[in-house]
Design a protein around this ligand. Structure first.
Ligand code: NAD
Length: 395
C-alpha cells in the first residue's frame, strides 16, 4: 500500500521509516527543502537511536522516499498521515495553522478516495475541522469541474485521529513496540485500512483502542497531562524533602514498588520540558477553560513546573554563597533529556538563562545537542565533559 507522511520531523520521519520497514511504500513530505535534500543525499536531520540505519535500509530497498511535492505524494497515496507541528499560541491554546494549511493542500490535490490520518497532537474537534476544510475545498473543486464535465461527483474521503505516543530518545523502539494504538474513526472502511497499515503490530498482540475521533484526540492530551502531573508530584515531594531532611530517592523507590503507582516518571529534577508536555498541558488547560471547565489540578501542575526551574537556581545559589556574579558554572546536557538533540523547552536552557541573569559564566557541553544550541548567546561551548568542568566554581 502507498502512504504518505506530511511533516518529516521527529514524529513524521520515525513514523514513515518504521511504516516502510513494516513493508509499506512510504513517501515522506516536507516543505523544508533543506531537510528533504539532506535526506535525499543520505543525511539525517535529527538524532534518534537506530533511525539512521533504518532509513538507509528502507531507502535502499526502495520503500522510502523523500519529497517536497505534496500534490504528487497525495495523489499516489491511499493513506495520508499529517504529522506537522502544533505549537502554542500566546494564550497557551494549540496553534493549528500548520494543520489547517496541510488540510487545504490535501483538498486541492485529492483525486480519489483517501484516508487522511491526523497524528499531530490536537484539541478535540480538530478531525471535524480538517473534514470541514476538505469538504469545503473538495465541493468547490467539484463545482468548478462540473462546469466543464457535467458528470462529476464529489471525491470521498475519511478523516481519522491516530495520536502518536513515541518518546524522543527511544522513538524507533517505541513506534515498533507501542503499549497501544489508538484509532479514532466512525468509518468501517477507514478502520479496515488502518488495521491493514498496523498489521505488523496487530500480529504481535499490541492492544488497539478503537474509538471516535474526539475521544482519540483527548486520550493523547490526557496521557501527557497525567505524566506531567506525575513528574511534578515527585518534584513537589523533593522540595518538601529539602526542607525536612528526608530522602526523595528512597521515597520514589518505595512509591514505585506499589504496583498501583509504578516507578516510571518518579525521578525528581528540574521539571518537565521538551516539545510536548509544556505545550500539551497548556493546550489542555486552555481547551478545558474554553469549554467552561476550570482544570485546577492542571493549573497547579503548570505553575509548579515553572517554579521548579527557579528552585534549581536557588539551590545552586545557596551552595555558592548566595551570589553567582562572576562564578563559572559547568552545564552538562542542553537537550531536554538524554539520547536526543531536541532543545525545545529544555529545562537546561531555562536554567542557563536564569544563571546568566544572575551574572554567572556558563561553560557547557552536550554530546548530541551542541549544533541546535549553538545560537544561544554568551555561552562557552566545550569539546567534552572534562573541558567543561575546567575553572568551574567548587561546590
Ligand atoms: P517537528 O517540528 O519536528 O516536525 C514538523 C515538520 O512538519 C517540520 O519538518 C515542518 O517543516 C513540517 N511541515 C510543517 N508544515 C508543513 C506543510 N504544510 N507541508 C509539509 N511539511 C510541513 O514536529 P514533531 O516533534 O515531529 O511533532 C509533530 C506533531 O506530533 C506535534 O503535534 C507533536 O505534538 C506531536 N507529537 C510529538 C512527539 C515528539 O516526541 N516530538 C510525540 C508524539 C506526538
Amino acid at each position: 500500500m502507498n502512504i504518505s507522511i506530511i511533516g518529516t520531523g521527529y514524529v513524521g520521519l520515525v513514523t514513515g521509516t518504521c511504516f516502510a520497514d513494516f513493508g509499506l511504500q512510504v513517501t515522506c513530505v516536507d516543505q523544508d527543502e533543506t531537510k528533504i535534500s539532506l535526506l535525499n543525499s543520505g543525511g539525517v536531520p535529527i538524532y534518534e537511536p537506530n533511525l539512521e540505519a533504518l532509513i538507509k535500509k528502507n531507502v535502499s530497498a526502495g520503500r522510502l522516499t523523500f519529497t517536497t511535492d505534496l500534490e504528487k505524494a497525495v495523489q499516489q497515496s491511499k493513506v495520508i498521515f499529517i504529522s506537522v507541528g502544533t505549537s502554542s499560541n500566546d494564550d497557551g491554546s494549540a496553534n493549528l495553522k500548520q494543520i489547517e494549511k496541510v488540510a487545504q493542500q490535501i483538498a486541492t490535490s485529492i483525486n480519489e478516495y483517501k484516508v487522511i490520518v491526523n497524528k499531530s497532537t490536537v484539541p478535540i474537534g480538530t478531525a471535524t475541522k480538517i473534514k470541514e476544510i476538505l469538504n469545503k475545498n473538495v465541493i468547490a473543486r467539484s463545482e468548478a469541474t462540473r462546469q466543464s464535465q457535467p458528470i462529476s461527483k464529489p471525491i470521498d474521503f475519511d478523516v481519522v485521529s491516530n495520536p502518536e505516543f513515541l518518546r524522543e530518545g527511544s522513538a524507533v523502539y517505541d513506534f515498533t513496540h507501542p503499549d497501544k494504538i489508538v484509532i479514532g474513526t466512525t468509518s468501517p472502511k477507514a478502520l479496515k485500512i488502518m488495521q491493514e497499515i498496523y498489521r505488523s503490530l496487530y500480529l504481535i498482540d499490541t492492544p488497539f483502542v478503537i474509538t471516535n475521533p474526539e475521544t482519540a484526540e483527548l486520550i493523547k492530551y490526557a496521557c501527557n497531562a497525567f505524566l506531567a502531573t506525575k513528574i511534578t508530584f515527585i518534584n513537589e515531594i523533593a522540595n518538601l524533602c529539602n526542607k525536612v531532611g528526608a530522602d526523595v530517592h528512597q521515597i520514589a523507590k518505595a512509591m514505585g514498588l506499589d504496583g498501583r503507582i509504578s516507578p516510571k516518571f518518579l525521578h525528581p529534577g528540574p521539571g518537565y520540558g521538551g516539545s510536548c508536555f509544556p505545550k500539551d498541558t497548556e493546550a489542555l488547560y486552555y481547551f478545558a477553560s474554553s469549554c467552561g471547565y476550570d482544570f485546577n489540578l492542571l493549573k497547579g501542575v503548570i505553575s509548579a513546573n515553572k517554579r521548579q526551574r527557579e528552585l534549581m537556581v536557588e539551590k545552586i545559589k545557596h551552595h555558592l554563597g548566595n551570589n553567582l556574579k562572576g562564578k563559572t558554572i559547568a552545564i552538562l546536557g542542553l537537550a531536554f533529556k538524554q539520547n536526543t538533540d531536541d532543545i525545545r523547552k529544555s529545562p537546561a536552557i531555562d536554567i542557563v538563562n536564569l544563571l546568566l541573569k544572575e551574572g554567572a559564566h556558563i561553560r557547557c557541553f552536550d554530546p548530541l545537542a551542541m549544533d541546535n544550541a549553538k545560537n544561544l548567546p554568551n555561552l562557552t561551548y566545550c569539546q567534552d565533559e572534562y573541558e567543561t568542568a575546567l575553572d568551574s566554581a567548587p561546590w
